[in-house]
Design a protein around this ligand. Structure first.
Ligand SMILES: [Zn+2]
Length: 260
C-alpha cells in the first residue's frame, strides 16, 4: 500500500484559491465594463455557481484536497465513524473488537470534552481519532468565515489533543461541506481532509438492511466508508454490526492509513 506520508496531504497553498477567486471577480468586472451586462452577468453567475458547487459537493476538491479512497488493490477498507463520542461508542468499540476491526472516529470537540473517558477508550483500544469540528454547526458550516472556522477546527484540535495526548492528523468536514477558507485552518493544524467513497445515507433512511445495501454497492478495495454514531434513530450500532459481518464474509479487512 502507498505510504501514509503520501496519503496525508494537508492543503499546501490554501491562499492561492482565494487569490484566484478574487481575480475571477476582477475579470468579471472587466467583462461587464468592456462588453456589457449581457456578457458580464452570465460570467458572474458562472463563477458563483462554481463556488457554490465546490462548497456544497462533498467530494469537490477545488478549495481543499481530500482523500476519497485508499490507492490499493487489496481487499481492505477504512471505516470512518462520524459525530461521536456518543452513547453508542462503547457498543461500537465492543463490536470492532469482536470482529478484530479498526476504525477512525471523527469526533466533535464539545462532545469529547463532555465525555473524555469515551475518547480515551477509543484511543486505548487502538482506533484512530480525527477532527470533526468543535460544535458540529451543520447548518452554518458552509458559510463560516476564516475566524469562525479556526474557532471550530482549532478548538476541537486542542480538546482532542488535551484528552488523548496525540494531535489529530485527519479532518472530516461537517456535512461534507468545504468553503474556500477551510484550507487555511487545515494547513495551520497540518490536517488532511478525508472524504469517502461509500456511504449509506443512514441519516435519511436508517433501516439497517437498506443502509448496508447502499454502502456495499459502492464498496471496492481501498474504499473509505462513512458511518455515523449517536443518531436519534438508534440504528448506528446495528448498521456497523451488519457491515462488519458482510466485510468478514467477503474477505475484506479493515485498515487505518497510519498507526493510530
Ligand atoms: Zn457529522
Amino acid at each position: 500500500m502507498t505510504t501514509a506520508r503520501t496519503l496525508h496531504r494537508p492543503p499546501r497553498r490554501p491562499g492561492l484559491i482565494l487569490g484566484l477567486l478574487a481575480l475571477s471577480q476582477v475579470g468579471v468586472a472587466w467583462l461587464w465594463w468592456r462588453l456589457g451586462w449581457q456578457v458580464g452577468l452570465p460570467a458572474m453567475m458562472a463563477t458563483h455557481l462554481i463556488v457554490v458547487w465546490a462548497t456544497l459537493h462533498p467530494r469537490a476538491t477545488l478549495f481543499c484536497p481530500a482523500l476519497s479512497r485508499l490507492p490499493t488493490p487489496e481487499r481492505v477498507v477504512w471505516l470512518t465513524i462520524d459525530d461521536g463520542p456518543s452513547a453508542d461508542t462503547p457498543a461500537l468499540l465492543d463490536l470492532l473488537d469482536r470482529f478484530g476491526a479498526r476504525a477512525t472516529f471523527f469526533l466533535v470537540g464539545d462532545r469529547a470534552l463532555a465525555q473524555p473517558a469515551l475518547v480515551q477508550a477509543i484511543r486505548d483500544r487502538g482506533h484512530g481519532i480525527g477532527n470533526h469540528s468543535a460544535s458540529h454547526p451543520d447548518l452554518r458550516f458552509w458559510r463560516l468565515g476564516p475566524g469562525a472556522l479556526e474557532a471550530e477546527i482549532g478548538r476541537s484540535q486542542s480538546i482532542l489533543t488535551a484528552i488523548t495526548g496525540q494531535t489529530p492528523r485527519w479532518f472530516r468536514s461537517v456535512v461534507g461541506m468545504t468553503n474556500p477558507f477551510v484550507g487555511l485552518s487545515l494547513k495551520r493544524h497540518a490536517l488532511a481532509r478525508v472524504a469517502w467513497s461509500a456511504r449509506g445515507f443512514d441519516g435519511v433512511d436508517c433501516e439497517p438492511a437498506q443502509v448496508l445495501a447502499r454502502i456495499t454497492r459502492d464498496l471496492r478495495p481501498g474504499a473509505i466508508v462513512l458511518l455515523h454514531e449517536g443518531a436519534a434513530h438508534g440504528y448506528n450500532v446495528a448498521i456497523l454490526e451488519q457491515l462488519l459481518a458482510w466485510l468478514d464474509a467477503q474477505g475484506y479487512r479493515t485498515v487505518l492509513p497510519e498507526p493510530p
